[in-house]
Design a protein around this ligand. Structure first.
Ligand code: PGA
Length: 254
């Protein structure tokens, strides 16, 4: 596990975008695993700027998003398909058929989950997976539970997640209660994982993720044993990790 520290959110975004850009330069047909939420928005902004400066070409890149709300169509403003379009895909030259997101309106869930897993395999697996982390330690929508699912599956969202997401929806009853998410095994299959977190409110869960026991009650803890995990945090998180003794020494802030 490697930990990198950026001074602030902008630096975290820039460092992450640079890692992704380097991967795409090395391998123009790279398969990227992508995440939604507030944290990755800065990464997408940076990548769009690099694309506009002709420093990166997405014409052969394939992407797989971690998750999608169950019951939302791809043009629902709160769907993750819509998020990806409006925060990233509409501004780069990725081919529509190369950008994969689970179908939130799939009639046959089992078939959709199977299709998604197979599509990842057919592309040769994920080269680089970008992750955020929820305050409850979820990755994708793999919520704390008695057991973890390996592959793409339908999940009941936790109250904490539903209330965290309710700010984006008009009425509480409109917040989806279920989602389709890649499983821990699907995420683990990635050659390289980059998890990003910024803001002091994420410090405690990052500390638990790095230092805690591997547990299905803290899905992100499983990443401790991934062969190539990079965690990119900001300075306030590093301060907390150091104060708590999770980091024995302060790392250089880039
Ligand atoms: P956030 O979400 O970036 O909006 O905090 C992260 C997550 O829930 O995975």
């Amino acid at each position: 596990m490697k930990i990198l520290v950026g001074k602030n959110y902008d630096r975290v975004s820039e460092m992450t975008a640079n890692i992704i850009a380097t991967k795409v330069k090395e391998k123009p047909d790279a398969v990227l695993g992508l995440a939604t939420g507030g944290t990755p928005k800065g990464v997408y902004k940076r990548l769009i700027a690099m694309y506009n400066d002709k420093k990166i070409d997405f014409s052969k890149v394939k992407t797989f998003n971690l998750d999608e709300y169950y019951g939302l169509s791809s043009n629902h403003p709160q769907s993750y398909a819509y998020y990806m379009k409006t925060n990233f895909f509409d501004y780069i030259n990725i081919k529509e058929e190369n950008a994969h997101i689970p179908d939130g309106l799939a009639q046959d869930i089992d078939e959709e989950c199977h299709r998604y897993e197979q599509a990842i395999k057919d592309c040769g697996g994920i080269d680089l997976q970008l992750l955020g982390i929820g305050h409850n330690g979820h990755i994708g929508f793999n919520e704390p539970d008695d057991a973890l699912h390996t592959s793409t599956h339908l999940v009941n969202l936790h109250e904490k997640t539903i209330s965290a997401n309710s700010r984006f929806f008009g009425k509480d009853e409109e917040v989806p209660r279920q989602a389709i998410t890649m499983g821990i095994g699907s995420i683990f299959g990635a050659d390289e994982i980059v998890l990003i977190a910024s803001g002091e409110d994420k410090a405690e869960i990052i500390a638990k993720m790095i230092n805690g026991q591997l547990s299905s009650k803290l899905p992100a803890s499983m990443l401790q044993i991934h062969k190539s995990l990079t965690i990119i945090i900001d300075e306030p998180i590093q301060k907390h990790l150091y104060a708590e003794g999770v980091l024995k020494e302060q790392l250089k802030v880039v």
